[in-house]
Design a protein around this ligand. Structure first.
Ligand SMILES: [Mg+2]
Length: 239
């Protein structure tokens, strides 16, 4: 599938966009992430012309709305789990204990999920390798999933993912076309969800926004690739 199949159906298309690494450059401190120049204006234009425009993110939606204040823009935060009941305190306690074993790792209680950030560890890859086992074990005990991200592991209820969010938006808006842009492992599930929708006749376009840490798996499944958020914004401007 390609962009050319989505373009003529734009008025009935669901545009689904990740935020970090997709509309904003990756930063060491997540709270300092901001959309690249032009993103706000391009999205404001697309909100008028496309069927729907949705930011699909692991972050809380309030942060996205504060840095990307666009009327009519939908934001689905925390992999669709925003507003879900909080994680049980015993899960948080166990994750905190596992995190305390790894210098530089930050555990963030997001309510419906718990994020373990490894970006600030001295060796993020080594820290990820060491902490994955304990986190998966905790997840299995409590019937949770570990969602992989860019230098972050997130414990969440089973079944919540960018894939379920993408499928839900397309179904709810009865979209005839769906475009998804992302840069990370969590976006692979959204790409897979679009593949399923394509089998049902939805025109799809999957865009990998390639950065230093973009997984090969995402690039391999993409219909097209762009070299970073600026290039994605330029592409969206042409829709
Ligand atoms: Mg991302």
């Amino acid at each position: 599938m390609s962009l050319e199949e989505v373009k003529p159906r734009l008025a009935r298309a669901a545009l689904l966009l990740d935020f970090d690494g997709t509309l904003s450059p990756i930063v060491v401190r997540p709270e300092e992430a901001r959309p690249v120049a032009g993103a706000e204006e391009v999205l404001a234009g697309l909100v008028e012309r496309a069927g729907s425009v949705t930011i699909v993110t692991g972050r809380r939606s309030g942060f996205i709305r504060s840095v990307l204040p666009v009327d009519g823009l939908d934001v689905i935060g925390q992999f669709g789990m925003e507003g879900f009941p909080p994680m049980p305190p015993e899960v948080l306690a166990e994750v905190n204990a596992a995190g305390a074993e790894e210098p530089g790792v930050r555990v963030v209680n997001k309510g419906a999920s718990i994020a373990v950030h490894v970006r600030t560890a001295p060796d993020p890859d080594a820290a990820t390798a060491r902490i994955s086992g304990p986190l998966v074990a905790i997840a299995e005990r409590y019937g949770l999933d570990v969602l992989p991200g860019k230098r972050v592991l997130e414990l969440a209820r089973s079944g919540s993912s960018k894939g379920t969010v993408a499928a839900e938006v397309v179904a709810r808006t009865r979209a005839e076309a769906a475009l998804y842009a992302g840069d990370d492992l969590g976006d692979v599930l959204a790409f897979d969800a679009l593949e399923v929708l394509a089998a049902d006749g939805v025109a799809i376009c999957r865009i990998a926004v390639v950065g230093e840490e973009t997984p090969e798996e995402l690039i391999a499944k993409a219909d097209l690739t762009v070299a970073g958020p600026e290039e994605l914004v330029a592409l969206l401007r042409e829709l």
